[in-house]
Design a protein around this ligand. Structure first.
Ligand SMILES: [Zn+2]
Ligand SMILES: [Zn+2]
Length: 259
């Protein structure tokens, strides 16, 4: 059965790209529109295999850690120098992102960088409509400005944690979602030594249960990770379907009853 929203995993490796698995990046499609959600290293080429990059409706970045955004430079160079003709592509990202990338591209005023990417810096509570997608952004718990994202289209709801520790707006934005794509960077039970800016697999499951999502997909594990153990720990806390964001996998979201 074809879902209302199609999520394709371009890459899901945590913290860095790895052979066979780029870092975090996802293609979200609905109603003929396309979003590139996070642009981790390696994901631009995976994206370009399935959609024409110049036809993207928007790019959405959760934060500016390298593993979630570096390939935006690939899109910039493609749009600027590969001979394609397109309108500027909207980029929705946390505060500071435009200056960050403009500096890397050495893009002074009047540089082509500003003609091909149209930045809108967003923060918690902001709402955006683009290409049939309704997006709401919330606070992530992370060392740099970082967002959790709720994307609704055609009655289906995708919630994405980006990188976050416990707290923030993830549960609120994930409430009733068709699918929660949630980082599960760590294993085991949290104690006082556990890093506060990422989630354990068990916490991903707990968040899915509290938010009442239909389906949980865990992501952002490192190469050679014990994925089966992560799935077990998440499943112990969440009774619904739990999957792993394997690179290349596709998830069809059904309409949410509480969209
Ligand atoms: Zn990350
Ligand atoms: Zn991060």
């Amino acid at each position: 059965m074809v879902g209302a929203v199609k999520l394709t995993v371009l890459g899901s490796n945590g913290a860095s790209p790895a052979p066979g698995n780029p870092a975090s990046g996802y293609l979200v499609e609905a109603l003929g529109a396309t979003l590139w959600m996070d642009a981790g290293p390696g994901t631009f080429m995976e994206l370009a295999k399935v959609v024409e990059p110049s036809q993207l409706d928007a790019v959405v970045l959760s934060h500016t850690h390298v593993d979630h955004c570096a390939d935006l430079l690939g899109l910039f160079a493609y749009l600027a120098y590969a001979g394609v003709t397109a309108d500027a592509i909207p980029v929705f990202a946390p505060v500071g992102t435009k200056d960050h990338f403009a500096a890397f591209a050495r893009a002074d005023e009047g540089h082509v960088f500003h003609d091909v990417l149209a930045f809108t810096e967003v923060g918690p509570g902001d709402e955006v409509s683009v290409g049939g997608f309704e997006m709401v952004f919330g606070q992530a718990i992370h060392p740099v400005p970082a967002l959790v994202t709720r994307i609704e289209a055609d009655g289906a709801v995708l919630a994405y944690s980006g990188d976050t520790g416990p707290g923030g707006d993830l549960i609120t934005l994930a409430t009733g979602a068709s699918l929660l794509l949630c980082e599960a960077s760590m294993l085991g039970l949290r104690d006082e030594r556990t890093y506060g800016h990422h989630l354990t697999a068990q916490e991903a499951g707990e968040i899915a249960a509290i938010a009442g999502v239909f389906e949980l997909v865990i992501t952002h594990m490192r190469a050679n990770w014990d994925v089966a153990r992560s799935l077990d720990e998440a499943s112990a806390a969440f009774a619904g379907p739990v999957g792993y964001a394997e690179p290349g996998s596709v998830w069809n979201l059904q309409p949410s009853e509480r969209a």
